[in-house]
Design a protein around this ligand. Structure first.
Ligand code: KIV
Length: 272
């Protein structure tokens, strides 16, 4: 019988803590399928998030609310098969953890067993503190997500910047400390003022990963489809586009269609 002495993948919760204390920034991007995950992992990303943003960029829904646990498990499993270095975090979808902490544990256990991911992420502050504690006590690493929490869009009514008012900023700061106390290994802070995000990152020992939260945090996350420019209708101020794949894809598709119609494809060397 062989003895397993190392973790599945190289980047672990301990690794991320060490990165924060060494001042090394953490890179995180989303993936939803095997091929993209493999490319990302080879490029050296630290964390791959199987985001419920799959609801928007893969399934075409206008919010993340319709995403199901089965959908997330399918995407999580596909991503994990392509990754050997990065930490893989799977989003718990809306409705899979808000009921009570036992339901949340059942959902998180399904994610961990059926995808073999390294951790789960869920949205909320003090409202989900007991749930986080239960999951961590069961051996499941949990990443928090505060600020703009897209699963609550029907209550928030807007995707605008959060915590511009002192009361909400104070709640986020207090809740970040609570999430750390309950055992979260990291927190995503979405669309909050940079000054608040930096205060939160300084107040907790766990890494704070920002999206639209400025440069004073411990790492950055973006939706891969946005930063690759596959989706060209979404241009929030915080998004930096590293490619314009929408136009690359369009040109390639148009060229292919032209070649098929003209009979240019396939040629002599492209057949048996
Ligand atoms: O689902 C997602 O892609 C996310 C990121 C925006 C952080 O939660």
């Amino acid at each position: 019988m062989s003895v397993v002495t190392s973790c599945k993948r190289v980047v672990t919760t301990r690794h991320l803590l060490r990165m924060k204390s060494a001042g090394e920034k953490i890179s995180m991007l989303t993936a939803y399928d095997f091929t993209m995950a493999k490319i990302l992992d080879k490029a050296g990303i630290d964390i791959i998030l199987v985001g419920d943003s799959a609801a928007n960029v893969i399934a075409g829904y206008t919010t993340t609310v319709p995403m199901t646990l089965d959908n997330m498990i399918y995407h999580g499993r596909s991503v994990v098969r392509g990754v050997s270095n990065a930490m893989v975090v799977v989003d718990m979808p809306f409705g899979s953890y808000q009921g009570n902490s036992i339901e949340a544990l059942t959902s998180a256990i399904r994610i961990m067993k059926e995808t073999e991911a390294d951790a789960v992420k869920l949205e909320g502050g003090r409202e989900v503190a007991d749930t986080i504690e239960r999951l961590v006590n069961a051996g499941i690493p949990v990443m928090g997500h505060m600020g703009l929490t897209p699963q609550s869009i029907n209550v928030l009514g807007t995707y605008a910047v959060r915590a511009k008012e002192e009361a909400e900023a104070t709640k986020i700061l207090e809740d970040a400390l609570l999430l750390e106390e309950k055992g979260c290994f990291g927190i995503v802070l979405e669309k909050v003022p940079a000054e608040l995000a930096e205060r939160v990152a300084k107040a907790v020992k766990i890494p704070v990963i920002g999206i639209g939260a400025g440069g004073g945090v411990d790492g950055q996350v973006l939706v891969s489809y946005d930063m690759l420019g596959i989706i060209d209708e979404f241009s929030p101020r915080f998004l930096r586009r590293y490619a314009n794949l929408h136009s690359v894809f369009t040109t390639a598709f148009e060229d292919y269609i032209k070649d098929v119609k003209s009979g240019d494809f396939p040629n002599e060397s492209e057949q048996y």
